[in-house]
Design a binder for this molecule. Structure first.
Ligand code: PLP
Length: 389
């Protein structure tokens, strides 16, 4: 397993965590090679998670764009309503295998917390989730869901009270309870081996896209688009397509139009260390981790996974920022054109996909990963509509 992607990645952690990260790497390598583990993982992916997910032709959205065909990879149909299940299932099974009785997790939009709480219940693991107070306010339904699923939700009151602070709190808990506890990290970020484990678990997205593309069209899509918060649904989409001729586009949150950098670390940040890894980070004028701004809690993070930093520098993947109001527009397009309420995170990717499709020929195909459904965002969308009227 690579410790680094080019210069990025590594494990910048307190010494108390080094043995746990080593144990995790070893356990994952063993599990991956174990046919029985793989069978159980595949069985639960299918019967609990609802995989494989379909590739859906968005006919009316394609007509709106007036160019290339737009296809949606329907991760919003996965159990829990987002791609987070793919990662949580793999790591929760690994936790049982390591003989640890307790799970902790951080969450931003609440989707990863919900996925972790679900699997904690399924596999009989005690579960605690750290969540910033600001996020608890804007994603209230997911807080309720986690509690109903039997998880304890710990409000985080430090800093900007969002995802970055929740990760800090979860890391502190892990340092104290590392012998009994697995930290089920929710994105392709953090110290080695987390970015690699999460990318491998999410790569099912890109593998299924490639398989369906070959079956439907006899070749891979011309373009694949995915939104980038920490970068897990995007790296899962991109990895299996890296060696194909498919163009790849990662979409970050540009925040409000007046915002200096939104939450777009690859577009406006620079290399630095955050949460145990070397990657792109947004900094303020004093060199501190910047406060980020985005309408979507799931993209509202100052860092990004190290593999994306490498892919950005290499030029293999392009990264662009999309503003809040454009993501909102795309939310309404998908609702009215296709009868699908997307989460605000992938609405950023849908906006970029429509813009790209518009300037491409009709024979081309653009696949956009619809990482989650929009039920959790209804209050945010309603409030934005009130502000505008
Ligand atoms: C968490 C989340 C994201 C952002 O996380 P990544 O790790 O970048 O995928 C995007 N979309 C949805 C629906 C989410 O819940």
């Amino acid at each position: 397993m690579p410790r680094r992607y080019g210069p990025y990645g590594g494990a910048y952690v307190p010494e108390t965590l080094v043995p746990a990260l080593r144990e995790l790497e070893r356990a994952w390598r063993d599990a991956r090679a174990d046919a029985e583990f793989r069978r159980e993982h595949a069985r639960l992916s299918r019967t609990l998670g609802g995989r494989p997910t379909p590739l859906y032709f968005a006919r009316r959205l394609t007509r709106r764009a007036g160019g290339a065909e737009i296809w949606l990879k329907r991760e919003d149909l996965v159990h829990g309503g987002a791609h987070k299940f793919n990662n949580a299932l793999g790591q929760a099974l690994l936790t049982v295998r390591m003989g640890k009785p307790r799970l902790i997790a951080e969450t931003g939009a609440g989707q990863h917390g919900v996925a972790t709480a679900m699997l904690g219940a399924t596999l009989g693991l005690e579960t605690e989730v750290y969540m910033g107070e600001v996020d608890m306010e804007r994603q209230r339904p997911n807080v309720e869901r986690m509690r109903l699923l039997g998880a304890r939700v710990n409000p985080v009151t430090e800093g900007s009270r969002t995802l970055k602070d929740a990760i800090n709190a979860a890391l502190r808990d892990w340092i104290t309870n590392v012998r009994t506890t697995h930290y089920l990290l929710g994105s392709a970020v953090g110290p080695h081996p987390f970015p690699t484990i999460v990318a491998e678990l999410q790569s099912v997205i890109g593998r299924e896209i490639l398989r369906d593309a070959r079956r439907l069209w006899g070749r891979p899509p011309e373009l694949a688009v995915a939104c980038v918060g920490g970068g897990s649904n995007a790296i899962g989409t991109f990895r299996p397509l890296l060696s194909s001729p498919t163009e790849l586009l990662g979409v970050e949150a540009g925040g409000p139009r007046r915002s200096r950098h939104g939450a777009a670390s690859l577009s406006f940040g620079r290399p630095g260390i955050l949460h145990g890894a070397y990657s792109y980070v947004l900094e303020d004028r004093d060199g501190q981790v910047a406060d980020t701004e985005s309408i979507s809690a799931g993209l509202d993070y100052a860092g990004v996974g190290p593999e994306h930093a490498f892919l950005r520098d290499s030029g293999r993947v392009r990264y662009r920022a999309v503003h809040d109001d454009d993501a909102l527009a795309a939310f309404h397009w998908l609702a009215r054109d296709e009868g699908i309420l997307p989460a605000l995170e992938p609405a950023h990717a849908v906006f970029a996909a429509v813009r790209e499709a518009r300037r491409r020929p009709k024979g081309h195909r653009v696949v956009v990963t619809l990482s989650g459904r929009g039920d959790k965002d209804l209050e945010v969308v309603r409030a934005a509509a009130r502000r505008r009227s």
